[in-house]
Write a protein that binds this ligand. Structure first.
Ligand code: ZN
Length: 696
């Protein structure tokens, strides 16, 4: 803990102003102290700065007791204040105000100039007004100056007292985006605010104060979504009744929070117990089989051949009697395969981007779309996205499902969508900076490309992305780590989905980052041995086979996805009751058969991830020599900054680990960091050159 306040009491004469205050701030954290005027926030700040003596209790800074320290001592210990009402020197210039802030620090001239230069970079508006008298600045600019002056001390703990007070909403936006950037840059911040909505959305943790006491505390995101607190602190203020709360009355509510019903809407399914879910699934299965039989000639023919009638389904186990559906059925039914409703009821088609053969085309009814957007909103909810987020969508828009799914799900949950589509790196970066997007959605390759661009431009502390939702592609652990690091510590969420089954959003990684929860109220998932097509026990890797439960336009019955995953038994520590599977490990049809061994490319991912010193990019090359012997060559990058002289040792380790774990011998070639191709589309990593015949 950087700061620890224990059982602090304070009085003004006989009147008690603070009652047993306990508050903690860890290094790097932004903590909000929220309360109305007169709640005791200022007294607490004064005690902290040594301006008012506490009656009892202790204040520890880095574990040292500073309860009795003077204001000057606190400054030397690295605590700086940006005061309420700014308190800039009106008759001095902007530059002179900053220089004045540096006097108590007794800095060398060169250090002072370099700190002032940093302030100019952080606040370009102040640089423009460098020689202007501070008294002539706007309120927002004065606030920037007050913050800049406090930052001259390079504080370990920055106290921001009411930074939004009296400022217009647009300026408040600007001030808070600076607060977020400071936080991302590692500054520890105590943010004291009346504007609860703003303070909570800009902080990690918050304490709510009333009448000299801490009345509530916790993670800011959770407090924001707590209905009781919302009405007490944020107000049940609405367009009709803006004065429903104190803050509403003061005109301080954040209008975006007041979208009707959005913040209270829960997209998680509500089943009392497992049996209730099973009953729902059985009803869905019965309906699906009879709907497919009645509505689709393709299904009817398959069922007739297998001796299945709509009445054959009496239990969930009867699923296993049903024939499989495959890519082949989608192709043979082109252009409207598996269609089970009349055209009047179809409101949209989507298609896969399939490059070989005919595209897979899927029909949607209005209900199908509503269902999809609703469970996509659930995916966002599971990743912790709220109406306060700004979601930059960098996946493909058009006939494929991706863009539309991400977009409608985002609007459904009430967040702000930035529908940019893939590619266009310059515009992506510009929007990340200008819009301060908090969530970035893309493929894993695109996320990596963006991460490297952010790193190259050195702007990680100027963007606000804290979540990356990526899908449609496998990703290694080291690639995930790298994306997260270069994005300044963003949290990654792998989202699953396939065009055949609505589109993306049929499941997502939860905050434990160990598994994918899937929406078992919308589809059944089986894991089968891809060769024998027999069910595998929970925990074993096999092919994912899905059956939709309420899909009208083109129902799926035991559809072979070719995706390889496994069921994770038991309940997730995140508390969700929804079942889960592992991240998709590959596709059954991209297994590499090499000298009698089946190798999933993802197992190579895993091995390489575990060798420190290697980068996340690699290629697998397969060749066949004149003696008909197969060879596997791995091309791997060294990690950034790893010396070429370590190559021999790294190669040895890769060869050794592959031999040990996959039981095959490989040749390994090591390249410089950054020399393998990157792409915003799926990166080709497997090059199988063993068959030289032309494919007809
Ligand atoms: Zn979970």
């Amino acid at each position: 803990m950087m700061l620890q306040i224990n059982d602090l009491n304070a009085h003004y004469g006989a009147a008690q102003a603070l009652f047993d205050i306990n508050l903690e701030i860890a290094a790097g954290e932004t903590v909000a102290l929220v309360g109305a005027n007169g709640a005791g926030k200022s007294t607490l700040l004064k005690c902290l700065l040594g301006l008012h003596k506490a009656t009892s209790g202790t204040i520890l800074l880095d574990g040292k007791d500073v309860t009795k320290s003077t204001p000057a001592q606190m400054v030397r210990l690295g605590v700086a204040l940006s005061p309420e009402g700014r308190e800039v020197f009106a008759h001095l210039s902007v530059l002179e105000n900053l220089q004045l802030g540096a006097i108590p620090l007794k800095l060398a001239k060169s250090e002072e100039s370099s700190r002032i230069a940093e302030i100019w970079t952080r606040f370009p508006k102040l640089l423009e007004r460098k020689h202007q008298l501070a008294g002539t600045l706007s309120g927002g600019e004065q606030q920037m100056l007050a913050m800049g002056r406090a930052l001259m001390a390079k504080p370990r703990l920055l106290l921001l007292d009411e930074p939004s007070l009296g400022l217009a909403p647009l300026i408040v936006d600007e001030i808070f985006s600076i607060v977020r950037q400071l936080a991302r840059g590692g500054t520890t911040i105590l943010l004291v605010e009346q504007n609860a909505a703003r303070a909570l959305s800009a902080s990690d943790k918050a304490y709510l104060m009333a009448n000299g006491k801490i009345v509530e505390q916790g993670k800011s995101k959770q407090l924001l979504n707590n209905p009781a607190l919302r009405s007490a602190f944020l107000g049940a203020a609405s367009d009709d009744n803006p004065a429903a709360s104190r803050l509403g009355a003061a005109g301080l509510t954040n209008i975006r929070l007041e979208k009707p019903d959005m913040h209270t809407h829960d997209f998680m399914p509500k089943f009392q117990d497992e049996q209730a879910l099973k009953d729902h699934q059985l009803r869905g299965l019965k309906w699906t089989v009879s709907h497919a039989y009645e509505g689709s000639s393709q299904y009817r023919q398959k069922f007739d051949e297998a001796g299945i009638s709509p009445g054959s389904i009496e239990s969930l186990e009867d699923l296993q009697k049903l024939p499989f559906t495959s890519t082949e059925d989608l192709r043979s039914g082109y252009p409207f395969p598996l269609r089970a409703v009349p055209f009047e009821q179809i409101v949209r088609v989507h298609a896969s981007s399939g490059t070989t053969g005919k595209r897979k085309v899927l029909c949607y009814t209005q209900k199908d779309l509503d269902d999809w957007f609703s469970f996509f909103a659930r995916s966002y909810q599971m990743a912790g996205v709220t109406p306060l987020d700004r979601v930059q969508i960098a996946v493909g828009y058009g006939v494929w499902t991706a863009g539309m799914g991400f977009q409608m799900g985002c609007e459904k949950i009430g967040a702000l969508a930035v529908p940019l589509g893939p590619g266009n790196i310059d515009m992506q970066i510009q929007f990340l900076l200008d819009f301060q997007s908090t969530v970035f959605c893309s493929t894993a390759s695109m996320a990596l490309l963006m991460a490297e661009e952010i790193h190259q431009r050195g702007i990680a502390d100027k963007i606000a992305v804290n979540k990356i939702i990526y899908g449609s592609e496998r990703s290694s652990r080291s690639m995930r780590q790298k994306i997260s690091d270069l994005f300044g510590g963003a949290e990654l969420f792998d989202i699953t989905g396939l065009t055949e089954l609505y589109g993306p959003g049929t499941g997502i990684e939860c905050t434990t980052h160990d598994c994918i929860h899937y929406w078992s109220d919308y589809y059944l998932l089986e894991i089968l041995d891809p060769d024998t097509l027999q069910p595998l026990p929970d925990g074993e890797w096999g092919e994912m086979v899905v059956t939709s439960l309420c899909k009208e336009g083109a129902p799926l019955i035991r559809y072979r996805t070719r995706d390889i995953t496994r069921i994770i038994p038991g309940q997730c520590p995140c508390g969700s009751l929804l079942p889960r599977h592992s991240r998709i490990r590959g596709r059954s049809d991209d297994t590499i058969k090499f000298r009698g061994v089946n190798i999933y490319p993802s197992s190579i991912d895993t091995i390489l991830s575990e060798v420190p010193g290697l980068g996340s990019e690699y290629q697998i090359h397969l060749t066949r020599d004149s003696a008909e012997r197969d060879h596997l060559r791995l091309v791997v990058e060294r990690a950034e900054g790893v010396d070429d002289r370590r190559s021999a040792e790294l190669i040895h380790e890769v060869v050794h680990q592959v031999k040990k774990q996959l039981l095959v011998s490989v040749k390994t070639e090591l390249m410089d960091y950054g020399s393998l191709p990157r792409s915003e589309r799926k990166i080709q990593r497997v090059f199988d050159n063993r068959i030289q015949d032309e494919i007809v």
